[in-house]
Design a binder for this molecule. Structure first.
Ligand SMILES: Cc1ncc(COP(=O)(O)O)c(C=O)c1O
Length: 437
C-alpha cells in the first residue's frame, strides 16, 4: 500500500526542506556572479507553489485575495490589486484614473530619467508627457512640478528612482491645490518611507513590481494600491478583461458573493451571466495563483529584506566614501528613509570612463546595471512621441552618461561586499596617475 495524498504532501515538503538546507552555495570571488537582483526564497515558497499546483487551481483565487489584504495592510492603504507586473500596474493605474475622471488627453508631468513603463502609459493612453529633469536624488522636485503646471495639465506620474523617495508629500500638495491626479510608481520603493509614511501613501493610485530585483518577488508580478474604492473596482475590471462583476464566484458562492449573478440584463433586454458582462475596454493582466502563493510567503520576509538591504547599503556607502574622488552617491531627501533597490554611483567624468569600469567589474562577475533608460527621450521608440520639455535635462543626461548601480539585495553577503570594494580599490589604484583612459 502506498502512502495517502496527505502523507505524500508532507513528504514533498520535507524533501524540499532538505533540498534547501543543503543549497548553501559557496562564494568563489571572481567566479560566483554577484547579481544586481535575485529572488531569495526557500522551501516555504516552493512548498506553497507546489500545494497550489497539487490543488489544481491556477487562476487567481483565495491566495490572491489574501495577499491583497496583507499587502494593503503593510503599505497602509485601503485597497490593493495584484497584477502580473509593475508595468501592468502602471498601465492599469493610469487607465483606471482616466476612466474614473473621464479624461480625454491633456498633459501628464513625468521624468525623462525613467523606466520605460512609467512613461509609456502616458503615451499609450493618449496623454502628452510634460517632461522634467531630476535633482541629485535622481527624482523630480516639487519646484519643477510647480513650474510645469499649465492649463492643460491633468496629472503627475513619477517613480521614486531606485527606491530613493522623492519629496512626494510636497508634490501631492501641489497636485491637490491644482486638482491634478497623482500616480506614484513605487516599483523600486516598496519598504521606503517619506515623512514617516510608506511611499505610495500619496498617490491616487500607487504601483509596485515583484520582479526578482525588487523587495519581494513572485518571478514576475506587481500590485497597485488606492484608497478610492471606486478606482479600485475600475482597476480590477480593467485587469480582468473589462468585466463588470467584481464579486468572487467560487464553489461556496456559485451565484456570486452578491447572489445575483444571473439577474443582470444587457441592452438587448436579455438576462446574462454577470461574470461575462463587460463594462470597460479591458485587458487580461492577472497573475497566476502560484505567484500569489509565493508572494504570501515573501510577505513574511519583508522585515528581514528591508533590514538586509539597509545594512548592505550602509556597508557599501561607508566603504565607497574612500573613493569620493571618483564616485558620488545620490543625495537623500531629508525626510526620506530609502530602502534602495541597488547602490547607484555617479562617476566623476573627468577621472573615470564608465564603460571601462563596467567592463572591469563584469570580468569579475560583478554585475552592473544602468539607471534604466538614462534619458528615455534618446531611445528610438520615443523619436516620434509628442512631448513638452519643461526643463533642460542636465542631471538626466549626467545620469545617462556617468551613473550605474550594483546589487544590495538579500543575496549579497558581507564577503561579496568586501570583494566588490576590493575590485573598485584595485581599479582606481591601477588607473593611477594615468587617470581617465
Ligand atoms: C520604476 C519602475 N517602474 C516600473 C517597472 C516595471 O516593473 P516590471 O518589470 O514588474 O514590469 C520597473 C522595473 O523594474 C521600475 O523600475
Amino acid at each position: 500500500m502506498g502512502m495517502d495524498r496527505e502523507e505524500a504532501k508532507k513528504r514533498i515538503r520535507s524533501v524540499l526542506g532538505e533540498y534547501f538546507s543543503q543549497q548553501q552555495e559557496k562564494f568563489i570571488p571572481g567566479q560566483t556572479p554577484i547579481y544586481t537582483g535575485r529572488a531569495v526564497y526557500d522551501d516555504k515558497e516552493i512548498g506553497a507553489i507546489t500545494d497550489c499546483l497539487m490543488d489544481g487551481w491556477f487562476g487567481l483565487g483565495r491566495r490572491g485575495a489574501e495577499f491583497e489584504l496583507k499587502f494593503a495592510k503593510y503599505v497602509e492603504r485601503k485597497y490593493s490589486l495584484v497584477v502580473n507586473s509593475g508595468s501592468s500596474a502602471n498601465l492599469i493605474a493610469l487607465d483606471g484614473i482616466r476612466n474614473r475622471l473621464n479624461l480625454k488627453g491633456g498633459e501628464v508631468i513625468t521624468a525623462a530619467c525613467a523606466f520605460p513603463t512609467t512613461f509609456n502609459p502616458i503615451v499609450q493612453l493618449g496623454f502628452r508627457p510634460a517632461v522634467l529633469d531630476v535633482d541629485k536624488t535622481m527624482n523630480i522636485t516639487p519646484e519643477a512640478v510647480e513650474a510645469a503646471i499649465g492649463p492643460d495639465t491633468k496629472g503627475i506620474m513619477f517613480a521614486h528612482t531606485l527606491g530613493n523617495p522623492a519629496q512626494v508629500e510636497e508634490i501631492a500638495k501641489l497636485a491637490a491645490e491644482h486638482g491634478l491626479f497623482l500616480v506614484e510608481d513605487c516599483c523600486d520603493a516598496l519598504g521606503s518611507k517619506y515623512a514617516g509614511k510608506h511611499c505610495g501613501h500619496w498617490g491616487d493610485c500607487s504601483t509596485y513590481s515583484f520582479y526578482p530585483a525588487h523587495l519581494i518577488t513572485s518571478g514576475e508580478g506587481g500590485a497597485l494600491t488606492t484608497n478610492d474604492h471606486a478606482l479600485g473596482r475600475i482597476a480590477r475590471s480593467l485587469r480582468d478583461w473589462g468585466r463588470d462583476c467584481w464579486c468572487n464566484t467560487d464553489e461556496k458562492n456559485p451565484l456570486g458573493a452578491c447572489g445575483r449573478r444571473f439577474d443582470f440584463k444587457l441592452t438587448n433586454a436579455e438576462f446574462y451571466d454577470h461574470k461575462f458582462i463587460f463594462s470597460r475596454i479591458g485587458y487580461n493582466l492577472k497573475p497566476m495563483e502560484l505567484q500569489a502563493a509565493m508572494l504570501l510567503e515573501q510577505m513574511g520576509r519583508i522585515k528581514d529584506f528591508v533590514a538586509i538591504r539597509k545594512r548592505n547599503y550602509k556597508a557599501y556607502s561607508e566603504e565607497m566614501a574612500a573613493f569620493a574622488e571618483f564616485i558620488e552617491l545620490p543625495e537623500v531627501n531629508h525626510r526620506a528613509e530609502p530602502v534602495f533597490f541597488g547602490l547607484p554611483m555617479i562617476l566623476n567624468h573627468q577621472k573615470v570612463k564608465r564603460q571601462d569600469l563596467l567592463k572591469y567589474l563584469n570580468k569579475f562577475q560583478i554585475n552592473t546595471r544602468l539607471v534604466f533608460s538614462g534619458n528615455l527621450l534618446y531611445h528610438p521608440a520615443y523619436r516620434d512621441v509628442q512631448y513638452t520639455k519643461c526643463q533642460e535635462l542636465t542631471n538626466t543626461d549626467r545620469i545617462m552618461r556617468d551613473c550605474f548601480w550594483i546589487g544590495i539585495h538579500p543575496g549579497v553577503s558581507e564577503e561579496m561586499i568586501k570583494f566588490v570594494v576590493s575590485k573598485f580599490r584595485e581599479y582606481f589604484a591601477n588607473m593611477g596617475a594615468a587617470g581617465r583612459a
